[in-house]
Design a protein around this ligand. Structure first.
Ligand SMILES: Nc1ncnc2c1ncn2[C@@H]1O[C@H](COP(=O)(O)OP(=O)(O)OP(=O)(O)O)[C@@H](O)[C@H]1O
Length: 306
């Protein structure tokens, strides 16, 4: 199977360094979320992987080969970078047929991907009449046309309605389960958390994290227990006796940082404290991401002061 290998990749536009000595690997069989603030270098990296731009130094390869050297590239790599790329005066079906013909792919694939992306009913309409979500689906259909081992999608949920978002989530999962290499950029943290197994995070063109999603969250956000009781004084003293701090919230629930739900449940039960609600509070990707990017901003500010 084919991995994406980015090795000491640097791209400068004039004096601006969009990608700065980046090294990471995107492995098959999982969905890798590609995150970073605006201008962090995600699209530039994707363009370099897809041979749409030349690196200033370093390399980006697919299964050890540069994109430009691949035979029938659509059969190896499918990409969605710009959903507006399709010709407005063509029908969705014709757009895909032209792509298929130029990559020696059978017409049968066109109908298969139209079906797969839910575009069957609008396939014979001109692209200029498509909504943003339909164009997005057409871009995804084009990416899947060659049944590629590697799929690179820049903001695929953009413009999709809730049904479309659920669909893209299950599509990404299936592509990864089939053993493909899937790299997906997004600004939406809840969305990324729902599909990514692994994360690559950029900041100012540099690699900030390359880690499984669960680890990324657990390393940055402390787990807590959410609890609500009808006898706050009794709960507070029971928790204090066992060295737990509590944080009280205006709506009456409390959180106990760094605690496990089993321990708090047992402790409350032993003390005879009535419990109305008890739940584990997992950190979210958004919290972890903001923590990381805040640390990065602080680091940059400190270094600029020197
Ligand atoms: N063709 C170009 N010419 C000059 N500068 C460019 C070009 N392409 C990108 N840049 C600059 O490189 C930096 C990285 O941009 P890039 O689009 O890769 O970031 P991104 O992480 O994809 O951002 P976003 O989340 O906003 O899409 C930005 O400062 C951008 O202005």
């Amino acid at each position: 199977m084919t991995s994406i290998d980015v090795q000491n990749l640097t791209k400068e536009y004039g004096t601006r360094r969009a990608v700065d000595d980046l090294t990471f690997r995107v492995l098959p069989g999982r969905v890798t979320g590609f995150l970073g603030p605006n201008g962090a270098g995600k699209s530039t990296t994707m363009r370099l992987v897809l041979g749409l731009d030349h690196p200033t130094s370093g390399s980006a390869t697919l299964g050890g080969r540069a994109y430009a050297t691949l035979q029938d590239p659509l059969r190896r790599v499918g990409a969605l970078l710009d959903a507006q790329a399709a010709h407005g005066s063509r029908t969705g079906r014709d757009h895909l047929r032209v792509l298929a013909a130029s990559n020696r792919l059978p017409d049968r694939r066109v109908d298969e991907v139209l079906e797969e992306t839910g575009l069957g009913p609008v396939a014979r309409r001109r692209v200029r009449t498509y909504s943003l979500g339909m164009r997005q689906r057409l871009g995804i259909a084009a990416a899947l046309l060659g049944d590629p081992e590697v799929v690179v999608l820049d903001e695929p949920s953009n413009g999709l309605d809730p049904e479309g978002i659920v669909w893209i989530r299950s599509l990404l999962r299936r592509l990864a389960d089939e053993g493909r290499t899937v790299l997906v950029s997004s600004h939406l943290m809840n969305e990324t958390a729902s599909f990514a197994d692994h994360l690559v995070v950029l900041g100012r063109g540099r690699l900030l994290a390359d880690t499984p999603m669960r680890e990324f969250i657990h390393a940055r956000v402390r787990p807590a227990v959410r609890v609500r009781t009808s006898d706050p004084a009794a709960l507070e003293s029971a928790l204090a006796r066992h060295g737990h701090d509590v944080v009280e919230h205006p709506d009456g629930h409390w959180t106990v940082p760094d605690a496990r739900v089993d321990d708090i449940g047992r402790l409350a039960s032993a003390a005879g404290v009535p419990i109305l609600e008890l739940a584990a509070e997992e950190g979210t990707l958004e919290q972890a991401y903001l923590d990381l990017t805040a640390a990065e901003t602080e680091f940059t500010a400190r270094h600029q002061e020197v």
